[in-house]
Design a protein around this ligand. Structure first.
Ligand code: ARG
Length: 463
């Protein structure tokens, strides 16, 4: 089991190499190879700065920078041989650089540590992920706006407690998710802005005695500024946690919508038809068209929120500065990011492809006494009843209709007048679902005119 070769990067004080088990628990290359591009970008920026400040010679740095590009193309083309013995992406890249350019490779690590290196790489990776996520959210928002526009005035039941509450418009329902996703997008943008500071040059923890220029490397890597405290720079993973928190909330929104699609596509609801492209069949029940994509999106919150909690747990007891525990940050974030991107893309595809069943929506909109509130409001507005009294009268009318097995608009005027003699035939106008939704003109309300205003605003913002 025991390996005898000591590590070429840090093995100076070691007489023996690590046990195979030690190597297995210690190595991160299996997953942090995903940081290869960021690692090489960071090294190139660092090397350029070492030349500009005169810490390294121009010729060494030219060789380093060129060699790093060769390493990158080897990785991109799948020709690179990753080695577990070299632990992680940082040492894999450096070792290969040494094979390609020889001695100057050994100078690259001047005034730097793997601690600030990994913090930099990972920030760059998460920053990119924020951008990709925002783009994914935009695409989904566009698909929702298109659905909303097609059915801005289609009526459907609005629910509370999943019981019919009041009629709403299809467009209104779609646009509710646009608002949620817009806040999600904002959270990724906020997290991105806060994380966009460079840890590079913090070195192991204390900074360095070399005359480095951290502003130069920060600018080269697109960071706003260098992080102000070197201990903080190598210690914290709050940027990854903010990303995971934003991802969790976004996944929660996707999960709620997915749940609605599962319900809506059932034979009992038939509110939407999902396309063949985003459903699956059953191997035994030929009639089945299962909303698997929606179900899996609904489930993704589990692993994404799990990643958030896992990283919080990793971090919560760590003394400053770096501890190896922090190597456990990456897999959580990678897994959450992969699954969030997949969920966003699948949701976008489903939304683009789905067909709302307008007649079914309309039929359901009028059932379940959905305009009872309109009736109560009419009693207040026209007959001058106190709302509590109106609520009571309406309740009696609903009970009467329920007893007769009809909906509210199917009661006759005479029947209604037995409950309240003041009711006139004008009441029938407010019992219709179209009038009901059209009347809800308060700002942000479900009236088609309000919904169209929301759609117009978002179309402009998303253009
Ligand atoms: N693979 C390590 C990680 O991901 C890199 C930093 C290692 N630093 C150290 N001092 N051992 O955290």
């Amino acid at each position: 089991m025991t390996k005898t070769t000591t590590n070429a990067m840090w093995g100076g004080r070691f007489a023996a190499g690590p046990d195979a088990i030690m190597e297995a628990i210690n190595a991160s290359i299996g997953f942090d190879k995903r940081l290869a591009r960021q690692d090489i970008d960071g090294s190139r920026a660092h090397a350029a700065m070492l030349a500009a400040t005169g810490i390294l010679s121009d010729s060494d740095v030219a060789a380093i920078r060129k060699g790093l590009l060769t390493v990158l193309s080897e990785i991109d083309e799948g020709r690179f041989e990753f080695s577990t013995a070299l632990e992680d992406i940082h040492m894999n890249v450096e070792a290969r650089l040494k094979e390609i350019i020889g001695d100057p490779a050994g100078r690259l690590h001047t005034a730097r540590s793997r601690n600030d290196q990994v913090a930099t790489d990972f920030r760059l990776w998460v920053r990119e992920q924020c951008d990709a996520t925002m783009a994914g959210i935009d695409a989904l928002m566009r698909a929702l706006v298109a659905q909303a526009e097609a059915g801005a005035d289609w009526v459907m039941p609005g629910f509370t407690h999943l019981q019919t509450a009041q009629p709403v418009t299809w467009g209104h329902h779609m646009m509710a998710y646009v608002e949620m996703l817009a806040r999600d997008r904002g959270r990724f943008g906020d997290a991105r802005a806060r994380m966009n500071e460079s840890p590079l040059g913090a070195a192991a923890l204390a900074g360095t005695s070399f005359p480095i220029d951290r502003h130069m490397t920060a600018a080269a890597l697109g960071f706003e500024r260098p992080m102000a405290n070197s201990l903080d720079a190598v210690s914290d993973r709050d940027f990854a946690l903010e990303y995971l928190a934003a991802a969790s909330i976004c996944a929660m929104h996707l999960s709620r919508f997915a749940e609605e699609l599962v319900i809506w596509s059932s034979a009992q609801f038939r509110f939407v038809r999902l396309s063949d492209r985003f459903t699956t069949g059953s191997s035994i029940m030929p009639q089945k068209k299962n909303p698997d994509a929606a179900e899996l999106i609904r489930a993704k919150i589990g692993r994404i929120f799990g990643a958030n909690v896992a990283l919080l747990m990793v971090m919560k007891g760590l003394p400053l500065a770096y501890s190896k525990d922090m190597q456990e940050d990456k897999e959580q974030v990678f897994d959450a990011a992969d699954n969030l991107m997949l969920a966003l893309a699948a949701m976008e595809g489903m939304v683009r492809d789905m067909t709302a069943n307008r007649p079914a929506l309309e039929a359901a909109a009028g059932s379940g006494f959905s305009t009872a509130t309109d009736l109560a409001d009419w009693l207040v507005r026209v007959l001058g009843l106190a709302f509590r009294e109106a609520h009571h009268v309406t309740g009696s009318l609903v009970a009467m209709a329920e007893g007769l097995g009809v909906d509210l608009p199917e009661l006759s005027l005479e029947q209604m007048q037995t409950v309240h003699p003041g009711i006139t035939s004008d009441v029938f106008a407010v019992l219709g679902v179209h009038n009901s939704v059209a009347s809800r003109m308060s700002y942000g309300g479900t009236a088609p005119a309000q919904v169209r205003a929301q759609i117009a605003r978002w179309k402009e913002l998303l253009a």
